[in-house]
Structures are given as structure tokens and as C-alpha cells.
Design a protein around this ligand. Structure first.
Ligand code: 13P
Length: 260
């Protein structure tokens, strides 16, 4: 059975003091929750990755970077490589986020390259896909998601399904307060899982975690996580405040406890 993953993408938020405060509080909270099948991940900005891992050391909270270079090293000013992230002991890295696709020319091809270099460095990619509002309104959701999957996994091997985490983030639901309905999210997740089943077989399809992202909040996370193909959330805004983070984790713990 798959676990539930609650991942906070802090994006370009929180300075040094805020990260310090938040992670110290998070460490206290994380140590009190004992449901091992709810995995917690936070993704601070690059400068605070090391500090966050130090403050959360020994706690059941994984740390993710928000992006990585597709290249291993060299003259790429401003970039951060997978070996650098590895040297920090990082476990996860978000790639292909729609904000990077939109503002930083990220393509399915570069997401594929980033996936490969992360895995080579034993870092688990959290690979994001999702359609825009225009694409949804034009009835293109399925074809867009399938095209993103085909591109991001071209020539890529998967054998177990725990080599990476997939995140479905409809662009129209990110930061807009407009969440996909649980049914809309489930429909997309089931389609994505079916794609993995067809390409990689039953084991990968059953094991891969597919997270939903887009205006997840304490008051909608329960219904979303009750859908059979939703294995957690990739959460922006609501992961920035401790009270809403704790409320979402507590809901996830309750839901996990009801699963056999
Ligand atoms: P919001 O939860 O703020 O909509 O952001 C979602 C997201 O982009 C997570 O990666």
C-alpha cells in the first residue's frame, strides 16, 4: 500500500530568520506525530537547504530542492547541480514545476534530463505535470498530460515505482484558490496511473506516488486524499503557515489510519 506524502513547496518565500523559526517549530511538531506512513517533505529555497536539513535532522521530514541543473557541472552561472544537492544529503528535488515551465523555458526534454541526473545522484525527483485553463477548457487535458508524460519519460527506465514521485498540478488551480474538485483530480490521477501501468507494468503503477497540487488547504485536503489515486499533496501557500501545515498533516494521519 502507498503512503501519504505531504510536501510543502515554499517557492520564493521565507528568509533566513523565517526558515529558522519555521523549521524549529516543524521539528517539534514532526516529533509528536507517529504515523510512519505519512511522509513529510519541505522544499525551501536553495540558500536554506543546508540549514533546514540541520534543523530537521533526525526528524521524519525530507528536504527537497525546488529545481536542479540538467548539467553535472561547469560554466552555467546561477545553476545548482545534482551532485551539489547530493553533497548536502538531499533526498528530493522538484522538477518541471509549471512556474519553471512558464517563466524559465522548462521543457519536457529538460525535465527528462533533470530526472535522469537526479536519479543518477540518488535524489528522488518530484516531477510536475499539469494543463492550463485554456487547455482544459478546450478539452485537451488528457492529451496534454499524456504528451508531458511521453516527453518526460522518453527512454527512461522505471522498475519499482519508487524511483520518483509524480505531481499533478493543474496550472489553473495553482495559487488561484480554485482547487480541482476531488472528482476532477481523481480522474486525472487515474489516467496518469493508467499511463504508468501501460508503459511500465503493474508494479510501477501500484507503487508510484501521485501527488495533487493546486490550492490544497486544510479544508479541502481530506476530501482530496480520500480519492483512491491521490497519494498526497504538493502544497504551496498553505504550507507556509505552521497552523495550516499542522492541520493538513493531522488530516493526512487520520486518513492513513483508516487505511488497512
Ligand atoms: P498553491 O498550493 O499555492 O496553489 O501552490 C501549489 C504549487 O504550485 C505547489 O507546487
Amino acid at each position: 500500500m502507498r503512503n501519504i506524502i505531504i510536501a510543502g513547496n515554499w517557492k520564493m518565500n521565507k528568509d533566513l530568520n523565517e526558515v529558522e523559526k519555521f523549521c524549529s517549530a516543524l521539528a517539534l511538531h514532526a516529533s509528536t506525530h507517529s504515523e510512519e506512513r505519512v511522509w513529510l517533505i519541505v522544499a525551501p529555497a536553495f540558500p536554506f537547504l543546508k540549514l533546514s536539513s540541520q534543523l530537521l535532522e533526525g526528524q521524519p521530514v525530507g528536504i527537497a530542492a525546488q529545481d536542479v541543473s540538467a548539467y553535472p557541472n561547469g560554466a552555467y552561472t546561477g545553476e545548482v547541480s545534482a551532485p551539489m544537492l547530493r553533497s548536502l544529503g538531499l533526498e528530493y528535488c522538484i522538477i518541471g514545476h509549471s512556474e519553471r515551465r512558464q517563466y524559465h523555458c522548462e521543457t519536457n526534454q529538460s525535465v527528462r534530463d533533470k530526472q535522469l541526473i537526479l536519479r543518477k545522484n540518488d535524489i528522488i525527483p518530484i516531477l510536475c505535470i499539469g494543463e492550463t485553463l485554456e487547455q482544459r477548457d478546450n478539452g485537451q487535458t488528457e492529451s496534454v498530460l499524456l504528451e508531458q508524460l511521453d516527453g518526460c519519460f522518453e527512454g527512461v527506465e522505471l522498475s519499482r515505482g519508487d524511483e520518483l514521485i509524480l505531481a499533478y498540478e493543474p496550472v489553473w488551480a495553482i495559487g488561484t484558490g480554485r482547487t480541482a474538485s476531488p472528482q476532477q483530480a481523481q480522474e486525472a490521477h487515474a489516467m496518469i496511473r493508467a499511463w504508468f501501468r501501460q508503459k511500465y507494468g503493474e508494479t510501477v503503477a501500484n507503487n508510484i506516488h501521485i501527488l495533487y497540487g493546486g490550492s490544497v488547504k486544510p479544508d479541502n485536503i481530506g476530501e482530496l486524499l480520500s480519492q483512491p489515486d491521490l497519494d498526497g499533496g504538493l502544497i504551496g501557500g498553505a504550507s507556509l503557515q505552521l497552523d495550516s501545515w499542522e492541520a493538513m498533516v493531522e488530516t493526512a494521519v487520520k486518513i492513513m489510519e483508516t487505511r488497512i
